[in-house]
Ligand binder design. Structure first.
Ligand code: ADP
Length: 510
């Protein structure tokens, strides 16, 4: 039997996962690290930290599984998207990597949109609008603000691709991760020469770009010795964390959608063709399944809204939970069930950290609207859960508008631990929702991609079919459709009514 390794270079930790070539997870290891914020809005990490964490976690899973290094059949890489690692001619890292959540590039985003000939032309070339998190604005920022460093840059790599370089000595990326650079012609799955030209970025700065299952290099002698595996193990393209996570959740067929309610919320849909939102509200990226795409909506403060309540207003629930030795979220969900659907007209706007999809508005704010003396804790908690679910529905609606079929909605993330929140989701989405057996997300998806690239399965679809099963299904309650439709319409209207006020409120807070 051969084994596969999936490695996820996350923002807060690196995870290595070892599974059999039948997809049975044998061991996993996580090593946490921090993010540096040397200035307000900046977010950076030293790529050396990722490599050290990769070596330690791979060694840990190998030690735990007690298998010889020669048994590893393939490695798949995934990780935080958009980050930029700048390297010189001697392959030294020139400055800390600038991460996806770094917000220093507002000016560069405007510049990119202008150079592209406007927002519509930009979306026409790279399928997405310029967002501060994306990679191209980071390259322009370094060129303008650190010209002495930029003069020495010979390669710009995404986080997981830096790890590939350390493992194999090869410069390569994959189409799903490259989709978040703003430099990929997403429709044709290759670097956009037109965009590179307009931004005056030399093509040689970018690595070669492959499909996610293609073997892009083999483990070098030096890396093999460090990680405790054999020389020559194939490393596949892998994928960005969202695409690899979707493979790990089996989102590889038309009609299969995932709704992940973690701190942030992500609605992810498979697409056979590059379905592009002309308004740029949802992202259209290449999928890690070869020749396929995905459309994705991202909510910034999804489960994060309930977390905010727990941390700031939920002292009672936290104390009760610690006495009962259970999770405070369980108590919050139980309380929420005491309120009726629609919360007697109480609506919560979940924009505690601004919003990405569908509003792309950093100034949007959270709010409870409709409070009366009849409302109590139960209504406040339930309205948070409903408001977050309405925010997720906004993304689903965009996908419906784009003609993407919506069948099987797979729920994951912390929010899927609650049967109550699953039922709210089913009622608001007006669709059955299910949960699946696989819970290792991107690292598992990366391992499956490694298996496909090295022949354990003949396709990504086959890999998912043979390893991922639905374990629960929650049917919607049609009796709740009407009240939720009305509440949802109000939720949408309130954002529009308050949009300009949010700008004024933001200026007051400065
Ligand atoms: P992250 O996105 O940070 O990796 P999770 O996927 O675990 O984290 O999601 C955390 C969020 O999920 C919390 O902020 C909370 O809103 C929600 N959550 C976690 N556990 C539960 C639970 N048992 N019931 C309801 N919601 C929960």
């Amino acid at each position: 039997m051969a084994y596969l390794i999936g490695i996820d270079i996350g923002t807060s930790s690196t995870k290595a996962l070892l599974c059999t070539d039948e997809g049975r997870v044998v061991a996993s290891a996580v090593l946490e690290y921090g993010v540096d914020n040397p200035q307000p809005l900046w977010s950076e990490q030293d790529p050396e930290r990722w490599w050290a964490a990769t070596v330690d976690t791979v060694k840990a899973v190998m030690d735990y599984a007690k298998i010889p290094g020669t048994e590893i059949g393939g490695i798949g890489l995934t990780g935080q998207m958009h980050g930029a690692v700048f390297m010189d001619a001697d392959n030294n890292v020139l400055r800390p990597a600038i991460l996806w959540n770094d917000q220093r590039t507002a000016t560069e985003c405007v510049e990119i949109t202008e150079k592209a000939g406007g927002r519509d032309k930009l979306i026409g070339m790279v399928s997405n609008p310029a967002l501060t998190g994306f990679t191209a604005p980071k390259i322009l920022w370094v060129r303008k603000n650190e010209p002495e460093i930029y003069a020495r840059v010979r390669k710009v790599l995404l986080p997981k691709d830096y790890i590939r370089f350390r493992m194999t000595g090869q410069f390569a990326t994959d189409v799903s991760d490259a989709s978040g650079t703003l430099l990929l012609d997403v429709k044709n799955r290759r670097w956009s020469d037109e965009m590179l030209q307009k931004l005056e970025i030399d093509r040689s700065l970018l690595p070669d770009c492959f499909e996610s299952t293609v073997v892009s290099g083999k483990v070098t002698e030096e890396a093999a010795a460090e990680m405790g595996i054999a020389v020559g193990v194939p490393v596949v393209g892998g994928g960005g964390d969202q695409a690899a996570g979707a493979v790990g959740n089996g989102i590889v067929r038309p009609g299969v959608i995932s709704a992940t309610l973690g701190t942030s919320g992500v609605v992810f849909a498979f697409a056979d063709t590059p379905a592009i939102d002309p308004q740029g509200r949802a992202h259209t990226f290449c999928h890690a399944a070869p020749g396929k795409w995905h459309v994705m909506g991202v909510m910034l403060s999804a489960g994060g809204s309930l977390q905010w309540f727990r941390n700031n207003l939920g002292e009672m629930e936290r104390e009760q939970a610690s006495r009962m030795k259970i999770d405070a979220y369980e108590i919050l969900c139980e309380e929420a069930e005491d309120a009726d659907p629609g919360c007697e007209g109480l609506v919560f706007l979940p924009y505690l950290t601004g919003e990405r999809t569908p509003h792309a508005n950093p100034n949007a704010r959270g709010a409870w609207i409709g409070l009366t003396t009849r409302h109590g804790r139960a209504h406040m908690i339930r309205s948070i859960m409903e408001g977050v679910t309405f925010g997720m529905k906004d993304s689903l609606q965009i996908m419906r508008e784009l003609g993407i079929p919506i069948g099987d909605i797979r729920c994951s993330g912390g929010g899927a631990r609650s049967e109550f929140w699953l039922s709210v989701q089913a009622d608001v989405y007006e669709s059955p929702v299910c949960t699946i057996n696989a819970t290792d997300g991107p690292a598992f998806g990366a391992a499956l991609l490694a298996g496909v690239g090295t022949g354990a399965w003949s396709s990504v679809e086959e890999a998912c079919d043979s390893t991922i099963n639905v374990i629960s299904r929650t049917e919607p309650n049609e009796a709740n459709y009407e009240i939720y439709r009305k509440s949802y319409a109000m939720f949408r209207k309130l954002y529009n009514s308050l949009r300009e006020d949010f700008d004024i409120i933001t200026s007051l807070a400065k």
